[in-house]
Design a protein around this ligand. Structure first.
Ligand code: SF4
Length: 233
């Protein structure tokens, strides 16, 4: 692995989780009726965004008919509609919609990734699958570290999956900080010459949260604006 482009290419070839490989490929074969004419991606989904990102958004895993169909994080589903609209509203994305991989969307010094790269049944990876996939997030964080200043984690699953990865470069308090919406903590670097990292939490942009009003666009934009400021963007 030499750079982020290489890493993104390598992750799309991964077949380490038999259950998830079978599921992502079955969904790609059977499809949802509305997308019957499309060719599904049906593989692990790499992170999306520039290699010099100062802000990272960490979700959960690709959606079966969203990123598993389009091949780009949060692209082609309702969760992505909410996320990209908010990113555009705060000036971190070039457009409010993310429809397909060639729609011209650009993120500004911002990258989106997930601790699990393959769509899981019922959106629920097992602890084993989460731990197996950690190798990809660890490498991605290592490559982003020189420019990375802030992370927004969408939901408790991503928060718990990310903390062990962060511990390789930043000091994690004991007891470990708990996930909460709008929480914001600063982690000093383990290397005295390294930069501190701002870690923020937001409820996940799942339909379960956005349809019920648990997470509103204004709440999400407030967290993203705080993260943008922390990352000096
Ligand atoms: Fe590989 Fe991660 Fe997909 Fe498992 S979830 S097959 S480790 S990319």
């Amino acid at each position: 692995m030499t750079d982020l482009e290489d890493l993104d290419r390598q992750v799309t070839e991964c077949r380490a989780c038999p259950r998830l490989v079978a599921w992502r490929e079955e969904v790609a074969r059977t499809k949802r009726a509305a997308f019957a004419a499309e060719e599904y991606w049906g593989r692990p989904v790499p992170g999306f965004g520039p290699p010099d990102a100062a802000l990272l958004i960490v979700g959960l895993a690709p959606a079966a008919h969203g990123a598993n169909r389009t091949g780009r994080m949060f692209t082609g589903d309702r969760s992505g509609d909410v996320l990209y609209a908010a990113l555009h509203a705060v000036g971190l994305a070039s457009q409010p919609h993310s429809v397909h991989i060639a729609d011209g969307l650009t993120l500004y010094r911002t990258r989106i990734t997930a601790p699990v790269r393959c769509a899981p049944p019922a959106n629920k990876p097992t602890p084993d699958e989460r731990d197996r996939c950690r190798v990809w997030l660890t490498q991605e964080l290592t490559l982003l570290r020189p420019t990375l200043r802030a992370i927004v984690v969408l939901g408790a699953f991503g928060w718990q999956a990310l903390l062990p990865v962060l511990a390789t470069a930043w000091q994690i308090p004991t007891p470990r900080p708990r996930f909460a919406h709008a929480t914001h903590i600063t982690l000093p670097a383990t290397d005295p010459a390294g930069s501190a990292l701002h870690l923020l939490g937001s409820y996940h942009v799942s339909q379960q949260n956005t349809f019920t009003g648990r997470l509103t666009p204004a709440m999400l934009e407030a967290v993203l604006l705080e993260a943008k400021k922390a990352a000096e963007l």
